[in-house]
Design a protein around this ligand. Structure first.
Ligand code: OGA
Ligand code: MN
Length: 292
C-alpha cells in the first residue's frame, strides 16, 4: 500500500497513512519514512495498536536502538530496556504519586528538550506510542528548530555559529527541583558538549540544537551563557514554530530530534494514567564532530 501524507502543520508536521507497525519496517518502508521525515520532521501514524515487541521490531531497522537511560543507570523500570517509559505509571501498575522519584524523573519532559542531548551520541529518531491517553490535556508539543534558526536576526546567527553548549541530565533535573542522583548516575550522566547550530546531513538545512539539558555555553561565563540559551529558547518556541499533538489511543508520533524540540503538557485529571512508550534510534556521532 503506498504511503500518503497529510499536512498537520505547514512547515514540519504531517499525518502518514499506509503503514502497519505490527510488521517490522522493510528497507522500502524505512526509506519512504526517512524521505517523509526529512520534509516533515514530525510524523503522526494513527491507529497503530501495537505491543512493545512490535514497536521495537518496527523501530530496529532504522538504526541502532537506544537503551533507555533508566536501564543504563540502574533505575527500577516497568518496561524492558529498549523502551523508554514516558508514562506516570509504576511497575506495580499504579499512578505515581507526587514526590515519587520516578515521577519527578519524568517531569523534566514537561520542559522543552530534545531526547538524549545529554549523551555524547544523542538520539536521532524518537517513536512515541500513545497506549493510554489523557481525558484532557497531556498533549505533546514540538517546535521546528530549522524555522527557529531561519528566523534569527543575522547578528545572532553570527554569534552562535560555532558555539558549543554543555548538556547534562543532572542539570535538567535540577532545574525542575529534582537534585537526587546516585554516584553511578553522576558518572554515567557526565556533562557532554554539543553544537548549538547543526546541519541536517541529508537536507543540509541548519537548525538550532537546544534543550533543557543545555546547562551553559562552553567558554562563556555561566550567566552570559544562560542568558543566551533562554533568549534562544524563547525565540524557538514562539507559537508559529510549534505543533501541538492531541493524542488519540493508538497514535504513534515519530520525530527527528536533530531538528525539533518537544515537551509534554500537564494532563487532567492528574491522578489518571497516561501511558506513553518510546523507542529511540541513536544518531551516528557527537555533534561537535560534525561541521555546521
Ligand atoms: C519522550 C517525551 C513527551 C510526552 O518520550 O521523550 O518527551 O508527551 N515525551 O510524553
Ligand atoms: Mn523527550
Amino acid at each position: 500500500m503506498p504511503i500518503a501524507l497529510h499536512e498537520r502543520h505547514p512547515s514540519f508536521a504531517a499525518e502518514i497513512q499506509g503503514i502497519d507497525m505490527r510488521q517490522p519496517a522493510t528497507p522500502e518502508v524505512v526509506s519512504e519514512i526517512e524521505a517523509a521525515i526529512d520534509r516533515f520532521p514530525v510524523l503522526v501514524f494513527p491507529e497503530q495498536h501495537i505491543t512493545d515487541e512490535q514497536q521495537v521490531a518496527f523501530t530496529r531497522p532504522f538504526g541502532e536502538l537506544q537503551v533507555s537511560t533508566a536501564a543504563r543507570t540502574g533505575r527500577e523500570q516497568r518496561l524492558n530496556a529498549e523502551m523508554t517509559d514516558a508514562s506516570n505509571i509504576s511497575a506495580e501498575n499504579r499512578v505515581l504519586e507526587a514526590g515519587d522519584a520516578r515521577r519527578m524523573n519524568n517531569l523534566g519532559s514537561r520542559r522543552w528538550h530534545t531526547d538524549g542531548s545529554f549523551n555524547r551520541v544523542p538520539v536521532k529518531y524518537s517513536l512515541l506510542s500513545g497506549r493510554i491517553v489523557a481525558e484532557q490535556g497531556g498533549e505533546t508539543q514540538l517546535a521546528d528548530m530549522r524555522a527557529a534558526y531561519d528566523s534569527l536576526p543575522d547578528n545572532l546567527k553570527l554569534t552562535i555559529e560555532d558555539l558549543l553548549a554543555h548538556h547534562s541530565l543532572i542539570h535538567s533535573r535540577a532545574v525542575v527541583g529534582f537534585a537526587e542522583a546516585s554516584p553511578d548516575e553522576r558518572t554515567i550522566l557526565a556533562t557532554v558538549s554539543q553544537r548549538l547550530v547543526r546541519r541536517h546531513p541529508r537536507t543540509r538545512r541548519k537548525s538550532l540544537y537546544l534543550s533543557n539539558h543545555a546547562a551553559h555555553i562552553v567558554g562563556w561565563p555561566i550567566p552570559e551563557g544562560l542568558d543566551l540559551l533562554y533568549d534562544l529558547m524563547d525565540r524557538a518556541t514562539q507559537p508559529a514554530h510549534v505543533y501541538t499533538h492531541k493524542w488519540r489511543v493508538g497514535d504513534l508520533l515519530m520525530w527527528d530530534n536533530r531538528v525539533t524540540m518537544h515537551r509534554a503538557r500537564r494532563h487532567y485529571p492528574e491522578n489518571t494514567p497516561r501511558d506513553m512508550r518510546r523507542t529511540s534510534i541513536m544518531d551516528v556521532g557527537n555533534t561537535v564532530e560534525q561541521a555546521a
